[in-house]
Design a protein around this ligand. Structure first.
Ligand code: ZN
Length: 276
């Protein structure tokens, strides 16, 4: 749950006449009291014992109940903030703002290619041979990151750099600097853009016996795989949400390609190669 979600909840509580505090996106005693009063009034069945939930969980339940009352499907009203709740609440806010729900077909990925990144079928000609599990490596450079990553499979483990093919290292350096400048460290963490799920990896493409993954050249990155699963579309993937548009536009201005934004799958992934 982000401050923007809480600010939206405060505006709904105010519209219902139960909240007169600031719309500041911070839960305080006024907000929490209003949530407890409004929750049973939203016309949605609540699980027994909800009165004993933490204020944060009650706030989540209030957003779930508001979405359900508007005909959206946040899943069960359980007060837990998962990807389904996140998507539905964000969609409800988009509709309040624009009058319609978000739609993947509305996305227009950038088509700039200032560095002439090759097509996928021509990556070997452009970048040279891919790495292999036996130890052959493409020419890799350590690009320091302006913010600290956490490793997805061990969040306690920090990572301060990304491996990059030497031909993409300068571009990656600019991209990381722009992303950091746009969002700032705290917001990057809040958006889970600090969760590193993969860079150089000498492996075959998932589901293929013969095609090498773009990761095997050190020209692809994965972010936050738990909330952007391989087969999820924009209806579930977190990186499809509107607050990530600047993130993607920064990559696309340098010619990189999001498989999510161009093909609506593998939203975790971005690469310096154009799909064939
Ligand atoms: Zn990937």
């Amino acid at each position: 749950m982000l401050t923007s979600h809480i600010r939206y909840l405060q505006s709904r509580l105010a519209a219902l006449g139960h909240y007169a505090g600031p719309l500041d996106g911070q839960r305080g005693p006024l907000t929490d009291a209003a949530i407890r009063k409004v929750l049973p009034l939203l016309g949605q069945p609540l699980p027994p014992g909800w009165q004993g939930w933490t204020p944060r969980r009650q706030a989540t339940a209030a957003l779930q109940a508001l979405a359900r009352a508007e005909g959206l499907n946040p899943g069960p009203i359980d007060g837990w903030w998962g990807p389904q709740t996140d998507y539905t609440v964000t969609a409800m806010m988009t509709r309040a703002e624009t009058g319609r729900l978000p739609d993947w077909r509305d996305i227009r990925p950038g088509t700039a290619n200032p560095h002439g990144w090759p097509r996928e079928s021509e990556v070997s000609a452009f970048y040279g041979p891919h790495g292999t599990p036996e130890g052959r490596r493409p020419p890799l450079v350590k690009v320091p990151s302006p913010w600290t990553f956490r490793i997805a499979w061990n969040l306690a483990q920090p990572r301060s750099f990304l491996w990059a093919h030497e031909k993409t290292a300068a571009s990656l350096t600019r991209i990381l600097a722009r992303i950091h400048q746009h969002y700032g460290e705290a917001r990057l963490r809040e958006l889970r853009l600090d969760i590193f799920s993969g860079d150089y990896d000498p492996r075959l493409m998932r589901g293929s016996q013969t095609k090498w993954s773009m990761h095997a050249w050190g020209i692809a990155y994965d972010f936050d795989d738990t909330e952007n699963r391989l087969n999820w579309g924009a209806d579930r993937a977190r990186l499809a949400h509107p607050e990530y548009r600047p993130f993607w536009e920064i990559w696309e201005a340098e010619g990189w390609v999001s498989l999510g934004r161009t093909r609506n799958y593998d939203w975790m992934h971005v690469q310096a190669a154009r799909p064939d």
